[in-house]
Design a protein around this ligand. Structure first.
Ligand SMILES: Cc1cc2nc3c(=O)[nH]c(=O)nc-3n(C[C@H](O)[C@H](O)[C@H](O)COP(=O)(O)O)c2cc1C
Length: 220
């Protein structure tokens, strides 16, 4: 059954456990046909989206986990510095998901495995990599954000799920190493994608949201 847009937005949540079933080709095409209509500044449509699976995905996962295990220096293409203003929300999210998963503050290894799951792409059989040609300006990044929003809703609309990720792009060079097709690209975001695993505890985790009046005002 198709959902309407608002229902889709309210229902969507990040998934962090996936079934082994791949996305059927016709479903993928429907998603792409929808996302194609994402608006962009001056209609520049600056995005590039790559579906990675099979041997290349295994190689990328291995490379990223090696970097993570070595504690390699982060070199993201885009800054991820957390503004002080938003730090409490980020901390609250971290605490709530760890508590939900039963991982205590003292459980260093549990926390490490929680973080490492990102670099395993939560064991998804397919991922989407969103990238952009080198030297994007800030407006281009807005275009990419809007595209990402369209993509996530189109995925939800098909009964699929994903987890938007920036943690993994700390090792952007690893993407370019394993995927030479992206040699000239900057890596913006990654989306492990697929059918969410049924009866998955972690997939039922819900992030809190601020009240509307925290960020909306009417000025007349
Ligand atoms: C740009 C962006 C980057 C994100 N990076 C990660 C990530 O690296 N790992 C992760 O588990 N979740 C990541 N998330 C998911 C957010 O934590 C999640 O969207 C937020 O808590 C709201 O929850 P929901 O997506 O379930 O509604 C990211 C989300 C966005 C939009």
């Amino acid at each position: 059954m198709k959902l309407d847009a608002i229902e889709c937005m309210q229902k969507r949540k990040s998934a962090r456990e996936f079934s082994d079933k791949k996305i059927p080709e016709e479903v993928l095409q429907r998603i792409l046909e929808g996302v194609r209509f994402a608006p962009s500044s001056k209609n520049t449509q600056p995005w590039k989206l790559s579906l990675i699976e099979g041997a290349r995905l295994c190689a990328l996962r291995k490379e990223l986990c090696e970097q993570f295990d070595l504690g390699a220096q982060s070199r993201p293409d885009f800054s991820q510095n957390l503004q002080e203003l938003y730090r409490p929300r980020a901390i609250a999210l971290g605490k709530s998901i760890l508590t939900y998963k039963g991982i205590t503050r003292e459980d260093k290894e549990g926390r490490r495995q929680h973080d490492r799951a990102n670099f395993e792409f939560f064991n998804a059989k397919q991922i989407l990599v969103l990238s952009v040609a080198k030297e994007p300006n800030e407006t281009t990044l807005m275009d990419l954000g809007i595209f990402a929003g369209y993509l996530m809703l189109a995925i939800e609309n098909e009964g699929l799920a994903c987890c938007p990720q920036v943690s993994v792009i700390n090792y952007a060079d690893s993407f370019r190493k394993i995927l030479p097709e992206l040699q000239e690209e900057k890596i913006a975001m990654v989306f492990p994608v697929g059918y969410p695993l049924e009866n998955s505890h972690v997939n039922n985790f819900r992030s809190e949201r601020e009240n509307i009046n925290v960020w909306f005002q009417k000025i007349s």
